[in-house]
Write a protein that binds this ligand. Structure first.
Ligand code: SF4
Length: 183
């Protein structure tokens, strides 16, 4: 699908390279969180796991369409996760001036990534207490550490650290303004 692509602001220099390693580092912890969450949900019922399995690709496509298409990293190697390139294969570029607005409006679509393991794990632990199996504690704690410690750390300290849209991104902005880009 043809697109005109983003126009970088003057002085912006992308120093990042899309690679197999960057794709694994960027997406690995999220895939692990999905698997751990699916494991927790499966213990509530297979039907809920099926719904979760449908929700994941739907939410990723939503993210590509409604956030990545507004991003200056769209269709460039500056998006280390590969989402920017993937979005360009399916959806036309929109308006990068509306990136912040698009991000704020559509982030709720992926908030269940963090809410569901918390709810599902809490529910099963509550239902099985005090005979909570050790494996359940391990899966739940692993999901919490992955989702609330590892993922935010990697996002802010690695992926967002020299991102071209860092200063416009509400997620990255919490970690402070970029020192590497002049826009
Ligand atoms: S930096 Fe984020 S919003 Fe931009 S293309 Fe990559 S994944 Fe999408």
């Amino acid at each position: 699908m043809e697109s005109k692509g983003p126009i970088f602001k003057e002085g912006a220099v992308c120093k990042r390279k899309l690679s197999t390693r960057s794709i694994v580092v960027e997406n690995g912890p999220m895939v692990v969180l999905w698997v751990l969450t699916g494991t927790l949900i499966f213990n509530i019922g297979w039907f809920y796991t099926l719904l979760f399995a449908i929700y994941i690709p739907f939410s990723v496509l939503w993210f590509w369409r409604f956030i990545c298409t507004y991003c200056a990293n769209y269709d460039t190697g500056c998006c280390p996760s590969g989402y920017g390139k993937a979005a360009a294969k399916l959806f036309l570029f929109r308006d990068e001036k509306k990136f912040k607005q698009a991000f704020n409006m559509n982030m709720p679509m992926v908030l269940p990534y963090w809410i569901l393991p918390l709810l599902a794990g809490g529910y099963i632990i509550y239902m099985t207490y005090p005979s909570v199996p050790i494996w359940l504690w391990m899966v739940f704690i692993a999901a919490m550490v992955d989702g609330f410690v590892i993922l935010p750390y990697l996002s802010r300290q690695v992926a967002c650290s020299d991102c071209l849209v860092r200063d416009d991104c509400p997620w990255a902005a919490e970690g402070g303004k970029s020192k590497t880009h002049g826009f």
